[in-house]
Structures are given as C-alpha cells and as structure tokens.
Design a protein around this ligand. Structure first.
Ligand code: FES
Length: 135
C-alpha cells in the first residue's frame, strides 16, 4: 500500500545528506542509509524508520500502509532520537493507541532521522510482521 492521509497535516522532516546507519533490535540487523536512494519503498515517509526497515529486510507491521492511521508500526528509538523529526499531534494521537508506549516511542512510518548520528531502533515483539508481504 502506501499513499497520503488527507486528514492530517503532513509531518515535516529533514532528509539526511550523508550516509549513516540504523540498527534494528532485537536482531541487530544494520542498514546503511544512502540519501541518494531515498525513498527505498512506498510505505511511510521517505527515509522513515518503516522505509529503512523494508530496505533492510526487517519486518515491521504497517497496517495502514504508513499514513499515520494506525499504531502497528510503533517502534522504540533507543539511540539517536534527537536526530529525528518532531512527532506531530496526529502521530502522538495514534501512539496513544499503541501498547507499552515509552518516552522513546515513535511511529515508524512518521519518524525520519536526519542522518547526523547513527540510530538504534527496537521493534516490539508484537509489531514484527511474521508474514512477508509484497511491496
Ligand atoms: S503504518 Fe499505520 S501509522 Fe504507521
């Protein structure tokens, strides 16, 4: 899926201008983000954690296709949260529906690191999509 949610104000984000790395926990899979290749796919904001997860072959659930209309892409940004765009009110509203939210919680489809620092992201066990989907 993928697309635009016409009912929300689009999130603002600064895309990276240099390569950086994202580590996905618990598996420890690492993706080196190349700004020249963004977006990698069609789900979520360009350069979002969801976009990067798919590039790394990491399964992250995304029931609404990455348009900030569910909370299935909930992730916890363990390191580098300060390099990510600010969460919008719409994202915070959706996060209210997620399980076990922490102060480091974000929606993977709306969270875009700017590449000034490497990032470590934990995907909660209930958000790991065990079924491969066609992109
Ligand atoms: S995939 Fe639905 S809010 Fe991110």
């Amino acid at each position: 899926m993928g697309g635009v949610n016409p009912y929300i104000k689009p999130a603002e984000a600064t895309l990276p201008t240099n390569k950086y790395r994202v580590t996905f926990l618990p598996d420890g899979k690492v993706v080196e983000v190349d700004p020249a290749k963004l977006p990698y796919g069609r789900n979520g904001l360009a350069g979002s954690i969801l976009d990067l997860a798919h590039a790394a072959g990491v399964k992250l659930d995304h029931s609404c296709g990455g348009v900030c209309a569910c909370s299935t892409c909930h992730v916890i940004v363990k390191e580098g949260l300060e390099t990510c765009n600010e969460a919008t009110d719409d994202e915070m509203d959706m996060l209210d529906e997620a399980r076990s939210v922490t102060t480091e919680s974000r929606l993977g489809c709306q969270c875009v690191p700017d590449g000034t620092k490497d990032v470590v992201v934990e995907i909660p066990s209930w958000n790991r999509n065990l079924v491969s989907e066609e992109e």
